[in-house]
Design a protein. Sequence first.
Length: 160
Amino acid sequence: MNKFRIGFGYDVHQLKEGYDFWLGGIKLEHEKGAVGHSDADVLIHVICDALLGAANLRDIGYHFSDQDPKFKGIDSKILLKEVMVLLRDSGYEVGNLDITICLQLPKVNPHIPAMKSCLAEVMNVSENDISIKATTTEKLGFVGRQEGVSAYCSALIYSV
Ligand SMILES: [Zn+2]
């Protein structure tokens, strides 16, 4: 019988002028970008944390330290690929992911199909198993003031 497990991920990155804005594996055109040790792709980071959490494999910072120069500016898609290896080596496969991005600007909705297609390829799962939703925070808080971007992800995995 399959064993099902759930996981959850949460992450925040600061937004600043002069940085690229990677989100969901694609680069958004915007006057600000996300700040971080890696490429600061908050959407990929929450997927990694939700999957690692579901498999009880600690978190993204445990596997890819932000003190390690090896990961400086790294494409988060490489980290996600590595997480998929860890997950599959532990005997699990992805059931589905449900993600919410909190961002005031730019509008995320037009980019969701491209993000889903990119992530499905990186993870080698069906696009139908990746749900991406976006919300503003009605101009409230750090997201509303365009100082940062946050994201949440729930993940279901099952033993194979
Ligand atoms: Zn992050």
